[in-house]
Design a binder for this molecule. Structure first.
Ligand SMILES: [Zn+2]
Length: 460
């Protein structure tokens, strides 16, 4: 009999981490960071509720920091086994974990200068590099033995490049049990990526529920919405700020701006990709055209790689980024962080959020208590680097661009299982889980729905 213990993203969205125990092995599914306010982030430094040295293998569904961000800490605290993940995720982690470490080193230095006692970074770039050395890249749809009596197979989750649904099969004396962990499930029909793979059988499904209470707009109305915002902004003669995660949303935006280039008058704008990390991750997207969908492969054949656009400026240096401060109109600025909690977007917000002619376009999920969430919720002032700024720019929330499946997508994916398996909902806020649990409960066969809390265990 195997068990799974929920150690993060249980009753909340961030900090994904689950521990699978079998008679002979301990497998850690992910080791993600908690994100949100200082209290949330304070949890990242806490001791793991297990000894990292006793874990046999780690499986990582995708590169987002709320799934991968504590891996350097895990290695630093004694983990010496392999990290199994898709090859594209391995490449993306090379960028994202180092960036995460860099930010923490910088923040520690800032605290040190202010005389703080706890001025040690959570982990360093050397720790991030140590994780990279432990990664064993794997392909989709191939069984691999990951520990004694445990094999694992990854399936395309269609969420970001390299994202995977993780199928784990435990064999104890010939009795086979299957756990399917959804990872983050993609939004069907999304640009560039393929749709999430539907599986047929499992003994237990652990499933994300981020948008369990919501339906996304159709893709066609989302593109219309974005086109309308661009024309409104053009008439207002200001700038457009798009806080975007370096991985996923940035590439989708570049892709749709190209596809609608003439229709939306994109040629009249200067587009700034103001993020060295987003530039690097976009190059990784270009490297893995083999896992793109048909449309993206055709598009590439016709118009070349994503970054090949005349009015696209790739800003690597701080000087290039600061030069944008002088641009008061006609700029589309794509910069991180995606929830405005750090990164260059804060500087652009400082310069533009108080100006009525400017537009802020929110294109991704905003966790509770982040600056991005405050903007979505209509805050009249926001705090940036310790100072309050009035919000006069128009704030648009384009929800349809989500990288996550909506309620229908989640339900359809679950209903793809032919045996109505028991399901544990993770990676969602209360309301989203309530709604999704109710809908799954109506499924034929009356599925058993669990809503684990941190520390809960389920046998499978
Ligand atoms: Zn994700």
């Amino acid at each position: 009999m195997a068990t799974i213990e929920f150690l993060g993203a249980a009753g909340e969205v961030t900090g994904s981490c689950h521990l699978v125990r079998t008679r002979h092995a301990r497998i850690l599914l992910e080791c993600g960071m908690f994100q949100g306010d200082d209290a949330d982030e304070g949890r990242n430094g806490e001791a793991f509720p297990f000894d990292p040295g006793t874990i046999d293998a780690v499986v990582l569904s995708h590169a987002h920091i709320d799934h991968s961000g504590r891996l350097p800490l895990l290695v630093r605290r004694g983990y010496v086994g392999p990290v199994f993940t898709h090859a594209a995720t391995a490449d993306l982690c090379g960028v994202m974990l180092r960036d995460s470490a860099f930010l923490q080193e910088k923040e520690a230095e800032w605290r040190r200068r202010r005389g703080a006692n706890d001025a040690e970074p959570l982990y360093t770039q050397a720790d991030a590099a140590a994780v990279e050395r432990r990664i064993e890249p794997v392909e989709y749809d191939r069984w691999i033995q990951i520990a004694s009596g445990v094999r694992c197979r990854l399936h395309d989750a269609g969420h970001i490049l390299g994202s995977a649904i993780v199928e784990i099969e435990v064999d104890e004396g010939g009795a086979r049990r299957t756990l399917v962990f959804s990872g983050d499930l993609g939004h069907r029909g999304a640009p560039i990526l393929r749709d999430p793979v539907v599986l047929r059988r499992a003994d237990l499904v652990v499933m994300e529920s981020t948008y369990g209470d919501r339906e996304h707009r159709s893709w066609s109305s989302t593109w219309k919405e974005l086109g309308d915002i661009l024309s409104e902004a053009r008439a207002d003669k200001g700038n457009i700020l798009i806080p975007a995660f370096a991985v996923g949303r940035t590439q989708e935006l570049l892709y749709v701006l190209r596809r609608h280039f003439d229709e939306w008058g994109i040629g009249e704008w200067r587009i700034f990709l103001d993020s060295p990390m987003a530039i690097r991750t976009t190059r990784i997207y270009q490297d893995y055209a083999n896992v793109h969908d048909h449309e993206a492969r055709n598009e590439r054949r016709e118009s070349g790689p994503l970054l090949d656009l005349d009015n696209l400026h790739l800003n690597e240096t701080t000087e290039q980024s600061m030069a944008i401060n002088k641009v008061t109109s006609g700029a589309i600025i794509i910069a991180g962080s995606g929830m405005c909690t750090g990164g260059r977007i804060r500087h652009h917000l400082k310069n533009n959020v108080g100006r009525r002619q400017c537009h802020v376009v929110i294109v991704g999920f905003q966790a509770a208590r982040t600056t991005g969430r405050a903007l979505v919720d209509g805050a009249r002032t926001i705090r940036l680097m310790g100072r309050a700024y009035d919000v006069r720019a128009k704030v648009h929330t384009v929800g349809g661009l989500s990288a996550h499946a909506d309620q229908r997508g989640l339900l359809d994916w679950y209903r793809g299982f032919e045996n109505s398996p028991r399901v544990a909902l993770v990676h969602g806020e209360e309301r989203a889980m309530d709604a999704l649990a109710a809908r799954i409960g109506e499924s034929p066969g009356g599925a058993n729905v669990f809503r684990p809390r941190t520390g809960s265990r389920i046998e499978f």
